[in-house]
Design a protein around this ligand. Structure first.
Ligand SMILES: Nc1ncnc2c1ncn2[C@@H]1O[C@H](COP(=O)(O)OP(=O)(O)OP(=O)(O)O)[C@@H](O)[C@H]1O
Length: 306
């Protein structure tokens, strides 16, 4: 393989010597090697993305009619603060159904009733330890994002890593909250996630986009983009799907919307709209799906509140 020096890379990419040295030290240039006091950079290395440059991605299909969602939200808001018993029972229903469906999408074989039983602290015969841990961990991750919402915590890489560490707790502590160091594919998807060495930059870029470019979008659009763009990067070796659905609801809940549940039985449709977003940048079908689910969730809340 042919290599170039820091100085040559600096001229080729238009980045300062010191920044390239930093990128080499952080392992963000694939194949860069330290020889003595100098770095050798593969001639064909890809220029790292600079999360500080302004990001201008052209997403399609972001304009959607949210009037039904917003008028249902207004009706729900009139009941706040919710009566404690009612809020507790709706919360329990949410935790069981969200945990069951999100884990089932990822292949966990516990049924809805078994999920409920495990969350009550009982072991289900014939099910693996990992399936039990996935259930408990998912419940803990929901409670964690609810705390983040109550404390008005922002969406940040730190919080995303904390959510992920709960998902993999005692299952794969080595990879919990760590970005992957291998390339991956998503089975059944057309989109291929980016190479592992670009992840740190892409995650920084995602948070910057969220903070700077998406702030005027409707919260449903932001929540959908956050899920879609996060899972497109697939930053972790495992647990991306569950983390992305937690992030979607985190964004909805921070903005006072009721959380949604993507049902296991509807996963084919869910994968289809995600793949459209990933391969064409058209988010309309995914936004439509999320909108329908928010309306369904709001109607459920109103059916008990009204
Ligand atoms: N066809 C598809 N197109 C786009 N995205 C998809 C597709 N299929 C799955 N996904 C997304 O990727 C997630 C699953 O990714 P993967 O199978 O790599 O699991 P993972 O990273 O191990 O995470 P988890 O176990 O929580 O899903 C899905 O939940 C979904 O969000």
């Amino acid at each position: 393989m042919d290599y170039i020096s820091i100085k040559e890379a600096s001229e080729k990419w238009g980045i300062s010597d010191s920044r390239i040295r930093l990128l080499c030290r952080e392992g963000r240039i694939e194949g860069a090697m330290k020889i003595g006091r100098n770095w050798a950079i593969p001639l064909d290395a890809v220029k790292p993305i600079d999360g500080r440059e302004s990001i201008n991605k052209e997403y399609l299909g972001l304009k959607y009619d949210f009037s039904i969602i917003d008028s249902l939200k207004k009706r729900i808001d009139k009941y706040r603060p919710f009566p404690k018993q009612l809020a507790d029972s709706l919360h329990e229903k949410l935790v069981v159904e969200w945990t069951y469906n999100s884990n089932a999408i990822e292949g966990n074989t516990l049924t809805m009733s078994e999920t409920k039983v495990v969350l009550e602290g009982i072991t289900v015969g014939g099910k693996t330890m990992i399936e039990h841990l996935e259930t408990i961990n998912h419940r803990d991750a929901i409670l964690f994002i609810e705390d983040l919402v109550s404390n008005k915590e922002p969406i940040s890489e730190w919080n995303i890593k904390n959510i992920h560490s709960l998902i993999l707790k005692e299952i794969d502590n080595k990879n919990a909250e760590k970005y992957r160091t291998e390339n991956v594919v998503i089975s059944g998807a057309k989109h291929i996630p980016p190479k592992h060495y670009g992840i740190t930059d892409l995650m920084q870029e995602l948070i910057e986009e969220y903070n700077n470019n998406w702030k005027d979008y409707h919260p449903v659009v932001r929540a959908t983009l956050l899920h879609g763009e996060f899972v497109k990067i697939h930053p972790f070796i495992d647990g991306n799907g569950r983390t992305s659905r937690l992030l979607l609801n985190f964004e909805l809940m921070r903005n006072g919307y009721t959380p949604i549940i993507i049902k296991n039985e509807n996963r084919a449709k869910y994968y289809e709209v995600l793949d459209i977003a990933h391969t064409t940048m058209n988010y309309e079908p995914f936004i439509k799906l999320v909108t329908e689910l928010v309306i369904e969730s709001e109607k459920l809340w109103l059916s008990v509140l009204d």
